[in-house]
Design a protein around this ligand. Sequence first.
Ligand code: ZN
Length: 325
Amino acid sequence: MLPSRPQPPQRLPAVFSPYPSTDAPGLRGADLDRASERRGDADWVAGLRPQADWLPIWRYRCAIDEGQPQRLRWAELAAEPERAIFLGLRPDDGRAVFCFDASHDNDLGERLRFADLRGAVPVLETADAALLAYARAMVYWQRQHRHCGRCGGATQPRQAGHVLHCPACEVEHYPRSDPSMLCLARDPQDRALLGRQPQWPESLYSVLAGFAEPGETIEDCVAREIWEEARVRIHGTRYVASQPWPFPASVLLGFHAQAQADTPQVEQDELADARWFSREELAEGLSARRLHVPPPFTLSFLLLARWYDEAAPAPLLSLLPGPGR
Ligand SMILES: [Zn+2]
């Protein structure tokens, strides 16, 4: 069974982050016992199916209606899904939850409302958003691995959909999450380094981000990304929080870093702009709606808010327009 979730202790030494943190970003905390040790028991998994909740994913979109994930029952499925994925058991009533790729079911595509998960997060309960993030990530991984990356043979699901086996060369493929770093760098004046990608709206700024490359540590990756994107040198990173990010297959790791007093430059890389923002500049821009930051469910926002709220008269969240923000 799912162990009861620990409550954050009142006091912890400064090197530890409380778990779960009280301002954790969204897309985490699915209320589910993953029962990973029982996935290999095919009879047990098959026995769960008739009473289970079924979450369809249609072309990477999730079935959501009036702020609720749409759960289908066994009798509503046109046929048994070929590659059903067991997600886990609900801790309240033990009911199993499965997801499946419904992309070829045009009837279902018309009958249900399918929405982009990123846009729907603000209207979903936190646990529901996390469940759909898990489902979307699993369906994406299965779709991307229908053929073996080693020999090209067709793969077959095992372990209730959590392993894809290649019968031709006996390789097993497992779900992957690509680590991606987000970092809020702070200069000696305690200003925050924020950047804007060229395809974003002109008023939107966020912390800098990049993928870890083979052969480097997470700390190396953070320093390299900030140097490559903004020509700013950092000398120290501190881990803050993480977030699953199934768009399409990442886990985001969030940091604060101490930076040198370098002037940001962006000509050498992909950013359209990068600047130091004081708390006052950020507050003025957000209040006047000429500046925007990522929504509160994102790790980017959490990194920004943790910095801003250290020394501001009101929380960063209070500067955003509501509801839904
Ligand atoms: Zn193979």
